[in-house]
Design a protein around this ligand. Structure first.
Ligand SMILES: [Mg+2]
Length: 340
C-alpha cells in the first residue's frame, strides 16, 4: 500500500472573517492510500485553534509512512490501533489516514462502508445549514441564499443573540439549532433557553466554556432545551465526562482521530443514554463522505461543509437542501476530481 499526500486550497463561497483576518480559502490535506488498483481518500483541514498546519500534519504522516506502507491486509481498525500512539498529538492526520483506510477497504470489497458495518441509509437525519455570526441583515441574506434547508444552525455569542433568532424566524419556518461556542454564562444559557424554545429552537450547542463544569451541570438541570457538547467533547475520554452535563455530544472526526474512534464514541454515548451528532469543518466532499457513513447511527448531523465551497475538489456523498445523496461508488464513495 502506498500513501500519497495532496494539498489543496478550497475556495469558499463567502469570505470568512474572524477578528484578526479574512480568508477566501481553506487549506486542506487529502491523504490517498492506494493498493495499485483502488485508491481511498481521507481529509483533514488546517485549523489555527488546534495548531494544525499543513506542515505539521505532513510531518505527522511522514512519521508513520513506514507502518502504513507495510500494511499487507488492510483492516482500518487494526491500522488505527497501530498508529494511535504515534499520532496522539496529531489526531487530524490520524483522521485523514483512517478515513482513507475505510474508503479503500470498502472499494476493495466493492461495497459502501455503511453496508459493511451492517447499516442502511433508508432513514437518516437531515443535515443543518450553518449560518455564521454577522450583522443581522447579512445573516438573513445567508439564510435566504439557502432557502430550502429544513434545519439551520445559527452561530451565537453576540450582544443580541435573541434578536438574531427573532429576526431570522420571520423568514423561515425551518427548525433552528443554536451554537453559542462557549459564549454564555450558565444563567444566560438558562434564560435564553426559555425564549429560544418558543422560537422553534431544537437544542443549544456548547453554551459554556469547557472549564465551567459546575455551570454545565446547572444548565443541564434547568435548561428548557437539550444541550449538546462540542468543545467539551473532543476525544473518546471526554464522552463519560459529558454525562450529567449535556444531553448529547457533537463528534468531529478530525478532533477525535477518525471514523474508528467516532464509532466507539457513538456506542459509549448510547450506553450513557445521550444523543449523538456528528459535525464537520469547512471541508470538501472527501471528509463529508466519511461522515455520511455514520449517518444511520446519528440523531443529528451538521455536514454542510462542502456546501460552503464555491468549488469542490472531490465527488462523493452530496448534501442538497439537507438531504444526503449517496454515490454509486463503494467505500466512502470518494472520487478525487482532476485539474487541481
Ligand atoms: Mg460547535
Amino acid at each position: 500500500m502506498k500513501l500519497i499526500a495532496h494539498t489543496f486550497d478550497l475556495p469558499l463561497r463567502h469570505t470568512f472573517t474572524i477578528s484578526r483576518e479574512s480568508t477566501n480559502v481553506q487549506p486542506t490535506l487529502i491523504v490517498e492510500l492506494t493498493d495499485g488498483t483502488h485508491s481511498g481518500y481521507g481529509e483533514a483541514t488546517t485549523n489555527a485553534y488546534y495548531g494544525m498546519t499543513l506542515d505539521r500534519m505532513q510531518a505527522a504522516l511522514e512519521s508513520v509512512r513506514g507502518i502504513v506502507e507495510n500494511t499487507s491486509e488492510l483492516q482500518p481498525r487494526v491500522l488505527w490501533e497501530e498508529l494511535a500512539v504515534a499520532l496522539a498529538d496529531c489526531p487530524f492526520a490520524l483522521c485523514a489516514i483512517d478515513q482513507a483506510a475505510y474508503d479503500l477497504w470498502g472499494k476493495q470489497q466493492g461495497k459502501p462502508v455503511y453496508e459493511l458495518w451492517g447499516l442502511n441509509t433508508k432513514e437518516v437525519p437531515h443535515s443543518n445549514f450553518t449560518i455564521g455570526i454577522d450583522s443581522i441583515d447579512v445573516m438573513v441574506e445567508k439564510l435566504e441564499e439557502m432557502p430550502d434547508w429544513p434545519i439551520y444552525k445559527i452561530k451565537l455569542g453576540t450582544e443580541h443573540d435573541l434578536e438574531i433568532i427573532k429576526q431570522l424566524r420571520k423568514h423561515t419556518r425551518a427548525t433552528f439549532r443554536v451554537d453559542a461556542n462557549c459564549g454564555w454564562t450558565a444563567d444566560e444559557a438558562i434564560q435564553n433557553s426559555q425564549e429560544l424554545k418558543k422560537l422553534g429552537v431544537e437544542f443549544i450547542e456548547q453554551p459554556l466554556p469547557r472549564e465551567d463544569v459546575e455551570g454545565a451541570r446547572k444548565v443541564f438541570q434547568e435548561s428548557a432545551l437539550p444541550v449538546i457538547a462540542d468543545e467539551s467533547c473532543i476525544s473518546e475520554a471526554d464522552v463519560a465526562q459529558c454525562k450529567g452535563r449535556f444531553h448529547g455530544i457533537n463528534i468531529k472526526l478530525v478532533k477525535c482521530g477518525g471514523l474508528t474512534p467516532a464509532r466507539r464514541m457513538i456506542d459509549h454515548a448510547r450506553r450513557l443514554n445521550m444523543k449523538v451528532m456528528v459535525g464537520c469543518m469547512t471541508e470538501s466532499s472527501v471528509g463529508i463522505s466519511a461522515i455520511a457513513q455514520l449517518l444511520p447511527l446519528l440523531d443529528y448531523v451538521d455536514m454542510d461543509g462542502a456546501a460552503l465551497l464555491s468549488k469542490d475538489i472531490a465527488a462523493g456523498a452530496a448534501v442538497e437542501d439537507g438531504v444526503c445523496h449517496y454515490p454509486k461508488v463503494p467505500g466512502n464513495g470518494v472520487t478525487l476530481l482532476g485539474n487541481n
